[in-house]
Design a protein. Structure first.
Length: 230
């Protein structure tokens, strides 16, 4: 029996503990060793909920960021069209080039954080005396709510990512505790086996044995999660 790699799915740890608890409780001589295993299994639902909730939070935050990014993209394009109308399609006029010095495709289609920077830069340039108050107000009215929404979404995304980090720490701690309990029980079983003249095979019967094929098919955490948990 070896320690389970911390990169393995939390369900793998749960399976091993379920098997170990049942095996220990099935033998009168080993029943007393099951208590710490049972305690960890009782914590599992809470740990799993933390895992799922923090994963869900990150996914939801990314979904909202994607929508906010698309809306901001559309807002910038509206300002682009308005600027073209202002200069009667003459893209060489300073009123246009001040706001859009490159192709619109280079201005939009960024990730939300960069898109916000672009929108705020355009809003700042609208304050120049090149533009009338009415034009300035119309374009800022388009951009302002989208920028505010984008910033709020980015803040929520940051919070979700922090929560996920905290969740990973809790999950990693539970996995470490599971390994510690498994190793401790193995030691106690080995000591009991020596006292009762049993062989190593008796100790091994208390631990879930996975075939090479089953292990190969076993799902693991993503590379990104493995790095975060390391």
């Amino acid at each position: 029996m070896r320690a389970i790699a911390l990169s393995r799915s939390i369900l793998i740890f749960w399976e091993d503990l379920v098997f170990l608890e049942a095996a220990l409780l099935a033998d009168e001589e080993t029943k007393t060793l099951a208590a710490p295993v049972t305690a960890l299994l009782e914590e599992f639902s809470g740990v799993l909920k933390t895992d799922l909730d923090t994963r869900r939070g990150v996914l939801q935050a990314f979904a909202r960021a994607g929508v906010a990014d698309t809306l901001l993209d559309g807002g910038i394009r509206k300002v682009f069209s308005a600027a073209l109308y202002l200069v009667s399609q003459d893209r060489k006029r300073s009123e246009f080039t001040t706001l859009f010095s490159t192709h619109i495709g280079d201005v939009v289609r960024h990730a939300l954080k960069r898109q916000l920077e672009v929108a705020e830069e355009i809003a700042g340039k609208l304050g120049l005396p090149l533009y009338s108050d009415s034009f300035r107000a119309e374009q800022r009215e388009i951009l302002a709510p989208l920028v505010d929404k984008g910033k709020a979404v980015l803040a929520d995304q940051h919070k979700a990512e922090l929560s996920r980090m905290e969740g990973r720490i809790a999950i990693r701690t539970w996995k470490q505790d599971a390994n510690a309990v498994r190793l401790s029980v193995q030691g106690q079983l080995t000591t009991l086996a020596a006292k009762t003249h049993r062989n190593r095979a008796w100790v091994d019967t208390f631990f879930l044995q996975r075939s090479a094929a089953a292990t190969a098919e076993e799902p693991e955490e993503t590379e990104a999660e493995g790095e975060a948990e390391a």
